[in-house]
Design a protein around this ligand. Structure first.
Ligand SMILES: N[C@@H](CCC(=O)N[C@@H](CS)C(=O)NCC(=O)O)C(=O)O
Length: 270
């Protein structure tokens, strides 16, 4: 493990580690950094020597928490995490919902105890604190382009993918959590297929959604598509741009090492 990196001390508890370092809930090899702070000894330890709380990710199986894991790996950031039992709906009950009334995962607890939920808001926060390498953009123009695409893929593709799952293959898990519309599942699947058709030519000649830049828009789309692929909802073989993009993103070290251990049991990518 590497120590703290100068200039990257915006938040205590955030430390830079090499890509592919142990997952944050594992024991840290060296619990102290040069400042003499306890970075983290294990996921059960929530304070440094001064008793101050340390930033923490609420993590679980699932495409959105996976997106955050990819983001952190791309940045080389290591933040301790607490695992939330999504299968047992721990995220839908107190005390979790007192902190995050949205009742979903991931969330980020800041050093001062503030909770930030919504994956995009977490990305934006971490990006401001740790701008390099940029995953939203270096310039106002790049950031605007990423935000435009991120919003497009989330609203038009990812949300339809997730609702197709919640109302269809995942209905048993979700039916007692919020209002589900099982009658919409089949139609949502067709909407997703339409969106794959829409995206495919837009990726022609591009490495990533924003051209040469790998961004949070790629992370969001990839995680949703990889997850739903386990139910058989995939691009058609002729949608070669989309398939090549998915393979390109999937071959990144950060992506390959981001799956949650529950994948073995659930047989879905999250
Ligand atoms: N809008 C939220 C969505 C987060 C979300 O859908 N999380 C899923 C895991 S991928 C979840 O918590 N599912 C369990 C549930 O909704 O009860 C975000 O962008 O962070």
């Amino acid at each position: 493990m590497t120590g703290a990196v100068p200039g990257n001390h915006g938040s205590r508890g955030v430390r830079v580690c090499p890509l592919g370092a142990q997952h944050a809930h594992d024991t840290f090899a060296d619990p102290t950094d040069r400042d003499g702070l306890v970075v983290a000894i294990s996921r059960n330890i929530k304070a440094d020597y001064n008793g101050a709380p340390i930033m923490k990710v609420m993590d679980s199986f699932g495409p959105n928490p996976r997106g955050l894991r990819i983001y952190l790996k791309e940045k080389g950031l290591e933040i301790p995490n607490t695992q939330i039992d999504i299968g047992a709906a721990e995220n839908r009950a107190k005390p979790y919902t007192d902190k995050n009334p949205g009742g979903q995962i991931p969330a980020l607890e800041l050093d001062d105890g503030t909770w930030i939920a919504e994956t995009v808001a977490i990305y934006e926060y971490l990006e401001e604190k740790n701008p390099d390498p940029p995953l939203i953009g270096k310039t106002a123009e790049e950031r605007a382009e990423t935000r435009m695409w991120h919003r497009r893929v989330e609203l038009q593709v990812c949300e339809n993918i997730f609702n197709n799952f919640r109302f269809g293959p995942g209905l048993d898990m979700f039916k007692d959590r919020f209002r589900c519309l099982p009658e919409a599942a089949e139609g949502l699947k067709k909407v997703v297929e339409d969106k794959f058709e829409w995206l495919d030519p837009l990726l022609q000649g591009k490495q990533f959604i924003c051209g040469d830049r790998f961004t949070t828009a790629d992370i969001a789309l990839y995680c949703a598509m990889d997850f739903i692929a386990g139910t058989g909802l995939t691009p058609k073989p002729e949608q070669k741009n989309l398939l090549a993009w998915k393979e390109r993103v999937g071959s990144r070290e950060s992506v390959k090492t981001s799956l949650h251990p529950a994948v073995e049991q659930l047989k879905l990518a999250g």
